[in-house]
Ligand binder design. Structure first.
Ligand code: ATP
Ligand code: MG
Ligand code: FE
Length: 345
């Protein structure tokens, strides 16, 4: 099916067009520059930026694909999770297009989109796979029996998301927002073993209750204490070493638990998705450990890991292919849509 996908859950306005697993267009406008001086996304600013960017981004996608909205089989839109005001802009645009052109509308889950996008690079996900979803607001290990109908959550973070930890630690180190790419770059010049940062929820007593769960707030505090200590001693903070050691602590736990979850659930493919999947150290560590464990790893190229419309179109195409019923034209935005709910009623 030919599907148009609209994304507006955070600070990227994205419109993608796919035919099955083939990507025809992926237009993205980001308002990140407007948020930099606040050190994080300001919801009202993001909503207004979506309003301004929506029509130009749609037009850019039509031009890239050489497709008109009249031609598509369906319209998919992120209806959650995310910032309510931001989500509403995409949902309203999608409803307007669906009504004006008499197309079925599908409200889909942003997080499942982060996994589905890999199909545009590596082909259909047709067997049961494990997934590590690591983004700005979420950190989850998933069992994906069917990308359009059956996703189970095996574990999640009990406090901060992985991307949030990157952003907070970057701030402590005086690096700009969003911090993930800056830490990734700084870490290349640093030592992963310079500072022994903690790996939370990896001890036997924690594993009983939290085998596939994560915790990153203690790690963030450990970095803060290290930075304060260095300052008190009158020493300059070794930014590259702190970045490398912090990044290694995060990626060590993420990769180890995701691979263990795959083995325990008898799946032999692991998909990694979400903004933090763009991280160089995470990609390398997952590859290395998965190959040692005999698992296949699928990670989309970095440009498809962060928010975009093609990921929503990719998931929409799978939903259409299954013949699932469209969502209601009264479709609400659901800021806390659970990852197990793939399509809205
Ligand atoms: P969610 O998907 O949970 O709603 P989001 O959409 O805001 O959150 P994404 O766009 O998927 O999140 O990812 C953004 C996050 O990814 C930010 O926290 C950012 O710092 C992080 N990130 C991006 N590139 C990298 C990188 N190379 N290394 C580490 N983190 C990165
Ligand atoms: Mg973003
Ligand atoms: Fe996202």
């Amino acid at each position: 099916p030919l599907v148009l996908g609209i994304e507006s859950s955070c600070d990227e306005t994205g419109v993608g067009i796919v035919r099955g697993t083939e990507m025809l267009a992926n237009a993205v406008a980001s308002s990140v520059d407007l948020h930099v001086r606040f050190g994080g996304v300001v919801p009202e600013v993001a909503s207004r930026a979506h309003l301004e960017a929506m029509v130009p981004t749609l037009e850019q996608a039509y031009a890239q694909a050489g497709v008109r909205v009249e031609d598509v089989d369906a319209i998919a839109v992120t209806c959650g999770p995310g910032l309510t005001g931001a989500l509403l802009v995409g949902v309203a645009a999608a409803k307007a297009l669906a009504i004006a052109h008499d197309k079925p509308l599908y409200g889909v889950n942003h997080l499942v989109g982060h996994v589905a996008v890999d199909q545009l690079e590596h082909g259909r996900l047709d067997e049961r796979v494990g997934a590590l979803l690591v983004s700005g607001g979420h950190t989850e290990i998933l069992l994906v029996d069917d990308i359009a109908t059956d996703v189970t959550m095996l574990g999640t973070t009990i406090d901060d998301a992985a991307g949030e930890a990157f952003d907070k630690v970057a701030r402590l180190l005086g690096l700009p927002y969003p911090g993930g790419p800056h830490i990734d770059r700084e870490a290349q010049r640093g030592s992963t073993t310079a500072i022994p940062f903690p790996r939370a929820l990896t001890k036997d007593r924690d594993l009983q209750r939290h085998r596939y769960d994560f915790s990153f707030s203690g790690l963030k505090s450990a970095v803060a204490r290290h930075v304060q200590h260095e300052q008190r001693m009158g020493r300059e903070v070794a930014v590259a070493d702190v970045a490398a050691s912090f990044q290694d602590a995060v990626c060590d736990v993420l990769s180890a638990k995701a691979i263990e979850a795959c083995r325990a659930n008898d799946v032999d493919t692991l998909v990694v998705g979400g903004g933090v999947a763009a991280n160089g150290r995470l990609r390398a560590l997952v590859e290395e450990r998965a190959s040692a464990a005999g698992l296949t790893v699928r990670v989309p190229r970095p440009g498809l890991c962060t928010d975009n419309g093609a990921m929503i179109a990719a998931l929409g195409a799978e939903v259409v292919r299954r013949g699932l019923p469209p969502s209601s034209l009264d479709l609400p935005a659901d800021s806390s849509m659970p990852v197990t709910q793939i399509v809205a009623a």
